[in-house]
Design a binder for this molecule. Structure first.
Ligand code: PMP
Length: 479
């Protein structure tokens, strides 16, 4: 297999030369991955892992059509977008075709962070305001400008502080968020209204403090916050409030875009809204760095009217564009959206079934191949099962299945596999998870138990109520 040195040497060199802050999966025993095919990755020993995490390898690791497109263009020319090139305009046209009116102007960049940074820049120029509303636990990128609007990274010990122009709204998490519905006694619409009112109140604050809102930025299904599916009507109301306060709405589709949700190309479409700016990245190049911002002619004109030209050395280079065009070909030719819908529904149904059998599973939610399983040690109190989630991710790795966990308490198991994932892969994932959860069931302390007892009138005069109760207690003890 493809390695230049033994794994121990790779670890030693990484420790010596790569910043210790750089994230590494399974730090105490990291994986050395040397190649990938479709939904599988291989380590240096040739061991095969089922990849349930990598939403970047969207159409499958090293898809031959994408590799070929990159190789071909690389051998012809790789320059910048100060020259005309067909791949660039073809890509922009194809992306815009997937968008609702009036989203029709495209900027090509190199990463999700760059796309969101440019989106904020466009919003600031267009609105002439600076206050930004973001959701709690959101992550929008690693640039300084993005950390400012990423509560996932803000206010951590030793981390940056939230600037005063950033306003954080509670994430619309109906399971463990600020407003929940413990006994299903309220409707999704009511919860959507409560969460949207929170954004309205932040719009009022921003208007009072600084004369209005510049932008609201959010993923339409929050991934870093723990695979959150917002309640119905939430985004529609939020967009109204933000626009009334003079702001624009940015949909971050970096993780959830390109058909992952199965029913639509973009996650914002599932929420019945049309953003003013859409950002996309990760799956767009299937592993090659390419990203984009799509906006309205009005916003693009405000940016052009500043007279400051925009140039990005690699953004829109022909190689990246050829690769992104090839990714779009595969999504279409292999009907991957339809597959995400079919396989994702099967995966979700099977995960819901796990909830019936394992006390640790508190909530199961998702859309297409974007699924989260939230683990709790106590279903009534919804206490996050953080240690158990960590254990499960490690046990799954031992079974050669790669999953991850997320959410503010790192207790949500996340599935966002390449879109070539099959029903068989979904079954293997759930069967293995079922086994691992089973191992944990027996170790879990019982914090509460609900007994339903039907009492039959006593006919045997020798059996007192006290005896019945004592027998019941005995039974509970032995449970
Ligand atoms: N937005 C979201 C929702 C993301 O998940 C990420 C990356 N995890 C980014 C933006 C930043 O993208 P990149 O790492 O390509 O800069």
């Amino acid at each position: 297999y493809l390695q230049s040195m033994p794994k121990s040497e790779t670890i030693k060199l990484r420790e010596k030369h790569i910043g210790a802050a750089c994230q590494l999966f399974f730090r105490s025993s990291p994986l050395k991955i040397v190649r990938g095919v479709a939904q599988f990755m291989y380590d240096e020993q040739g061991e095969r892992y089922l990849d349930c995490i990598n939403n970047v390898a969207h159409v499958g690791h090293c898809h031959p059509h994408v590799v070929e497109a990159g190789r071909n263009q690389m051998s012809l020319i790789s320059t910048n977008n100060r020259y005309l090139h067909d791949e660039l305009v073809i890509l922009a046209g194809r992306l815009v075709k997937t968008m609702p009116e009036p989203l029709s102007v495209c900027f090509l960049v190199n990463s999700g962070s760059e796309a969101n940074d440019l989106a904020l820049r466009l919003a600031k120029v267009h609105t002439n305001k600076k206050d930004v509303i973001t959701l709690d636990h959101a992550y929008h990128g690693h640039l300084t400008s993005m950390i400012d609007v990423s509560p996932y990274k803000l206010n951590l010990p030793g981390g940056p502080e939230k600037p005063d122009w950033v306003h954080v709204a509670p994430v619309p998490d109906v399971y463990r968020g600020k407003y929940t519905c413990p006994h299903d006694s309220c409707s999704e619409e009511e919860l959507g209204q409560l969460y949207a009112d929170e954004v309205k109140s932040l719009c009022d604050t921003a208007t009072r403090q600084h004369g209005g809102v510049c932008a609201f930025i959010a993923e339409s299904l929050q991934s870093c916050g723990g695979q959150i599916i917002p309640p119905k009507g939430y985004f529609r109301k939020v967009y109204e409030h933000v626009r009334q306060a003079g702001g624009v709405c940015i949909a971050d589709e970096v993780q959830v875009g390109f058909g992952r949700v199965g029913t639509h190309m973009w996650a914002f479409e599932t929420q019945g809204v049309v953003p003013d700016i859409v950002t996309m990245g990760k799956p767009m190049g299937n592993g090659h760095p390419v990203a984009a911002v799509i906006t309205t002619p009005d916003i693009a004109k405000s940016f052009a009217d500043t007279g400051v030209e925009y140039f990005n050395t690699y953004g829109g280079n022909p190689v990246s564009c050829a690769i992104a065009n090839a990714v779009l070909d595969v999504i279409q030719d292999e009907h991957l959206m339809e597959r995400a819908n079919r396989v994702g529904t099967h995966l979700l149904d099977r995960c819901k079934d796990l909830k019936l059998r394992h006390r640790l599973v508190g909530d199961v939610r998702g859309k297409g191949l974007f699924v989260g399983v939230e683990l709790v040690t106590d279903r009534d109190a919804r206490t996050p099962a953080t240690a158990e989630a960590k254990h499960i991710v490690n046990r799954m790795r031992e079974q050669k299945i790669l999953i991850s966990r997320d959410g503010p308490d790192s207790n949500v198991l996340k599935f966002k596999p390449p879109m070539v994932f099959t029903i068989k892969d979904a079954d293997r994932l759930v069967d293995t998870l079922d086994m691992v959860l089973g191992e944990l069931d027996s170790q879990l302390p019982i914090t509460s138990i609900k007994l339903e007892v039907s009492v039959t009138p006593l006919t045997d005069v020798n059996t007192s109520n006290d005896m019945v109760i004592s027998n019941l207690k005995q039974t509970v003890k032995s449970l």
